[in-house]
Write a protein that binds this ligand. Structure first.
Ligand code: FMN
Length: 353
């Protein structure tokens, strides 16, 4: 909390520029290619019978699509991104998470970038703060303020030990966080969703948190955006202390994380993110137990362009998911979630994930 007032804001702008310039910050590991689904030549349904809608946090969404937490801050680019994403999420009735709202507390001018309820009056909006801030002076009031600023349906608390460890100014005080996250989950009055940012949550992590009132987990596994690689660009590239490239592919691949965490369902609702790049990846993530599929990097270029460009992306994903469901003979998303009989490989083969 003692950081320079605008350091957080400046970082947000740098992140977008780095991702725009270095395409390899998206690691494109395509881990979902290893998961294969059983084709049905006789699906016994018509294409137009396929219904991709779901209910999430008491709201009806047109598809299990989440535009994952990305940004917000006091800068025209960041405001444009959030407004385009919010308008598209509302038009298409999909969920939207905003990036970390910590910046709101050091730069009041950044608040307007999170005031998205007027643009997205009905759809599901998710607030966001770094869980490690709970060890840096943040508490229940900050969480409440973040939720109120957005008019959010739930609060994401993100865990990013890798990202913090590879930056010189990183917050690395992670001791005792599980208990504090549990306290927020019990007292906030809105659901708390725990997420990573691209290195995945493990069975041990979820065991620590499942008994403490957290009912939603976003695995945010590896395979897509690498925060280690992004942080590499923000430092002296020749320095021996720059560990960003060494750790760029660290983490639990998203399909593997979903598979490990399936034992917690249905008590815990799982969200898949990290490296999902198509509606086909979404179908696979749902079969592996996810109830909602998040994507961040695939929306970033479109969000800098226009609302229409984001809408196009969402419609593409929805069409791809619908096609996969038709070819599996599955009419409703509920029949896809956790339905491992749709996996091609025999039991045991999933160890390769
Ligand atoms: C530009 C950008 C900014 C992000 N900022 C945040 C953030 O502030 N808070 C957070 O929880 N996750 C953040 N993430 C992580 C994503 O929400 C997501 O979990 C992760 O990138 C994996 O998805 P992807 O591979 O589809 O990008 C960010 C991702 C991107 C691409």
């Amino acid at each position: 909390m003692a950081k320079r007032p605008d350091a957080t804001n400046q970082r947000k702008v740098e992140h977008i520029a780095i991702i725009n310039e270095d395409r390899e910050t998206d690691r494109r590991k395509f881990y979902f290619d290893e998961v294969r689904l059983r084709h049905r030549a006789l699906p016994e349904i018509n294409f137009d019978e396929v219904d991709t809608s779901i209910e999430f946090l008491g709201k009806r969404l047109a598809a299990p699509i989440l535009i994952s937490s990305m940004t917000g801050g006091d800068h025209a680019t960041l405001r444009t991104i959030n407004r385009n994403l919010a308008a598209a999420a509302e038009r298409c009735q999909v969920a939207l998470g905003v990036g970390s709202q910590r910046v709101m507390f050091t730069n009041p001018k950044s608040r307007s970038s999170f005031a998205l309820r007027t643009i997205a009056p009905t759809t599901c909006l998710l607030a966001n703060l770094g869980a490690v801030q709970l060890n840096e002076g943040f508490g229940l009031e900050h969480c409440r303020e973040a939720v109120a600023a957005l008019g959010a349906d739930a609060l994401y608390l993100h865990l990013n030990p890798l990202q913090e460890a590879v930056q010189p100014e990183g917050d690395t005080q992670f001791r005792g966080l599980a208990k504090k996250i549990g306290e927020i989950a019990r007292r906030l009055g809105k659901p708390v969703i725990l997420k990573e940012v691209g290195a995945g949550l493990s069975r041990e992590d979820v065991q620590l948190i499942a008994s403490r009132g957290v009912r939603h987990i976003d695995v945010a596994g590896s395979g897509g955006t690498s925060w280690s690689r992004i942080e590499h660009h923000r430092q002296d590239k020749r320095s021996a202390n720059n560990l960003g490239i060494l750790f760029q592919d660290w983490g639990i691949p998203t399909p593997r994380a979903l598979w490990e965490l399936r034992e917690f369902r249905p008590r815990i609702t799982l969200i898949a993110s990290g490296g999902l790049r198509s509606g086909l990846d979404m179908a696979k993530a749902l079969v592996l137990g996810a109830s909602l599929c998040g994507m961040a990097a695939p929306f970033l270029a479109a969000a800098q362009q226009s609302t229409a460009a984001v809408v196009q992306q969402i419609e593409r994903l929805q069409r791809e998911l619908r096609t996969a469901m038709f070819l599996l003979g599955i009419r409703r998303i509920a029949d896809l979630i956790g339905n491992t009989s749709l996996l091609m490989d025999p039991p045991g083969a999933e160890k390769r994930l």
